[in-house]
Design a protein. Structure first.
Length: 314
């Protein structure tokens, strides 16, 4: 296959269970693009085709510089759908990690940009579900600056569920515990993933070793990642605190939103400690009885004082 529509294919840059991504050239507009093609073994599944194309529609609808943009959509002669999107000329954060040590300022800056991209996604009601260094791409803007953009939208997971595949999809080492367990999760799962990615950019490896969903779900709620200082990094203590909160086992203890996480990262780079997470206090029956007893005691005390004053006056 040399061409997809008017797009000349140059090299294959990504292969997954459901699609292949090619670096290509639009000779008519003289620009580089990326072309994503559904795998031929899923072409006849209407539900799979629908989910594949829904990713293109969501990306097109969002149309934000933080999210990979879609320019065109079509179908090959053999029936496989494809869509054309931004080409990331600087590769992914995975590739950036392979190049060597990433300075603290650069790594945290990527974390901020990833959180900002996810904030855009969440505003459109979409939870990514598969934020990894491989889905965070780097591309050069017209002004020459390298910008991080979010790709994939976690559609591989949705496709896996739709197809009935039993193997775990996604990357366990970047996955929030509640998501790995299959229980209800929300945008705070993406907050966890950004924390895990940023930690990996700083230290060279994810915060927790995990090769399966079981590794994630069996990890105790009080297990913490090795601190940045213990890992030999000269980073502000405040950054460590932000990561610890973002990577909390309990979503209630994490940052409420990706926007809040980005803000905390910026503040932490100034050496300012972030606000602690709210404490969740559970009222037990004994605690309730204690409050009732205290209230009754106060009532009795005031009644006694009133009666004594009455006798004195009388």
């Amino acid at each position: 296959m040399q061409r997809v529509g008017r797009y000349r294919l140059l090299e294959r840059i990504g292969v997954g269970a459901f699609a292949t991504v090619w670096a290509a050239r639009d000779d008519e507009l003289d620009v580089s693009v990326a072309v994503k093609v559904l795998a031929d073994n899923w072409t006849q599944r209407a539900d799979i085709r629908g989910r594949f194309l829904s990713e293109a529609r969501i990306l097109r609808k969002i149309d934000n510089e933080r999210i990979v943009r879609v320019f065109d959509i079509g179908e090959l002669e053999d029936g496989r759908p494809y869509f054309v999107m931004d080409y990331a000329d600087k590769g992914s954060l995975d590739q950036r990690m392979d190049e060597g040590t990433i300075p603290v300022e650069e790594a945290v800056a990527y974390g901020i940009q990833a959180a900002e991209a996810l904030s855009v996604l969440h505003q459109h009601g979409v939870v990514h579900r598969d934020v990894t260094p491989g889905n965070l791409l780097l591309r050069t803007d017209r002004d020459g600056k390298v910008r991080l953009v979010l790709a994939d939208l976690g559609m591989a997971k949705a496709l896996a569920e739709s197809s009935g595949l039993t193997q775990a999809m996604g990357t366990p080492s970047y996955m929030a515990p509640e998501q790995a367990s299959g229980h209800g999760f929300d945008a705070r799962a993406d907050v966890y993933a950004v924390g895990a990615v940023t930690y990996a950019l700083l230290t060279g490896k994810p915060p927790f070793a995990a090769t399966s969903m079981l590794d994630v779900t069996s990890r105790g709620p009080n297990v913490r990642p090795i601190s940045l200082s213990a890992a030999g990094l000269d980073a502000p203590r405040a950054v460590d605190l932000v990561l610890t909160r973002a990577l909390s086992h309990d979503p209630e203890q994490r940052f409420e939103s990706a926007t809040e996480l980005a803000r905390a990262f910026r503040t932490a780079m100034k050496g300012i400690r972030p606000d602690p997470p709210p404490r969740q206090r559970k009222r037990t029956g004994r605690a309730v009885l204690g409050w009732v007893g205290l209230a009754l005691g106060v009532v009795v005390l005031f009644a006694g004082a009133f009666y004594a004053a009455y006798r004195m006056v009388g």
